[in-house]
Design a binder for this molecule. Structure first.
Ligand SMILES: [Zn+2]
Length: 312
């Protein structure tokens, strides 16, 4: 019996990459540390062990991950909440000094659902201020806490000069989109929950996780399979890891094996999201507009049952 070649292998790549590349991959790290726990429940500050679970990220995992990336000669993107930068300035400066990209990830990793424009603008500005003050960074990339973008978010990002967002889940490759209500556009580099370590490993009683902690071998293999498939179709593979989760010894080792596996794919451009976004901005002319669907008559859709806007 002979193996059947995948039809996709001979197809044109779905995206135009720089000469010599047929696909792109980026290792991204969300340095949530203590912020996501405190935003969820400020009283967590009194739980010493829970806080230590989060502090493991900036204190132990980030230095380890930086060594791996240096060994592998790979530049990565680190999304850092402003509060993390203020609590762990040396860690964030070490990331910058090692040549990696630092992106915006909220101030305190705030809950984003249902917040108004002014509140969201305040979170953005406070995060910008902290990154600038601590590490002299003016980020060009944004990843919403919990990947939870609001319809108002893109305009707020465009107003502040951001080049790209990486929080939406509706693509296999970068695209350009219009910030709703404006003429401005942003580059989107989409993500996927199947390429996030939270689902595989995160567990803390009474805080998060399913109670099932997966094997690093399983996580590595499923992420490699996705990289293989994205390489084949010429797409963009974006892995999201959290240092406090994926910096544990066997997970970090599996991650380094994954870096080797992804680098070994012929023509795979392994780089930062900023590099990918700048390239996308130079080649993508078509602009996508997100449809905002609403069911008439349902609460909070702003549309009456007969299709008219609700009078305010
Ligand atoms: Zn996060």
């Amino acid at each position: 019996m002979t193996a059947t070649p995948s039809p996709a292998a001979t197809d044109e790549p779905i995206f135009t990459w720089p000469d010599g590349y047929r696909a792109a991959a980026s290792f991204t790290f969300d340095v949530d540390a203590e912020s996501c726990v405190l935003a969820h429940d400020p009283a967590s500050v009194s739980r010493m062990s829970l806080m230590s679970h989060q502090s493991y990220g900036p204190l132990v995992a980030v230095p380890k991950l930086l060594r791996i990336l240096e060994r592998q000669d790979v530049r990565a993107t680190f999304f850092v909440p402003g509060f993390t930068a203020e609590c762990h300035p040396d860690t964030v400066r070490a990331i910058v000094d090692a040549g990696h990209e630092v992106g915006h990830h909220g101030y305190l990793h705030e809950q984003m659902q249902g917040i108004d424009r002014e509140t969201e603008a305040r979170y953005l500005d406070r995060g910008l201020e902290a990154l600038q003050k601590v590490a002299g960074v003016v980020p060009v990339g944004y990843r919403a806490p919990w990947w939870e973008l609001n319809w108002q978010s893109p305009a707020l990002l465009a107003e502040r000069g951001f080049l790209y967002d990486s929080s939406l889940l509706d693509g296999d490759a970068p695209y350009r989109f219009t910030a709703p209500g404006t003429a401005d556009t942003l580059i989107e580099i989409p993500v996927d929950w199947a390429l996030d370590d939270w689902e595989q490993y995160a567990f803390y009683p009474g805080w998060t996780g399913s109670g099932v902690i997966e094997s690093p071998v399983k996580a590595r293999d499923m992420w490699q399979l996705e990289a293989d498939a994205q390489h084949e179709q010429g797409g963009c593979w974006v892995l999201t890891n959290h240092p406090f989760i994926s910096g544990r010894p066997s997970r970090a080792r599996a991650l380094e094996q994954l870096v080797e596996g992804v680098k070994a794919l012929d023509g795979m451009w392994v780089t930062t999201l900023e590099d990918i976004a700048r390239h996308a901005a130079s080649v993508v002319t078509e602009t996508r507009t997100h449809a905002r669907y609403a069911v008439p008559g349902f609460p909070d859709t702003g549309i009456t049952r007969d299709g008219r806007p609700v009078a305010s």
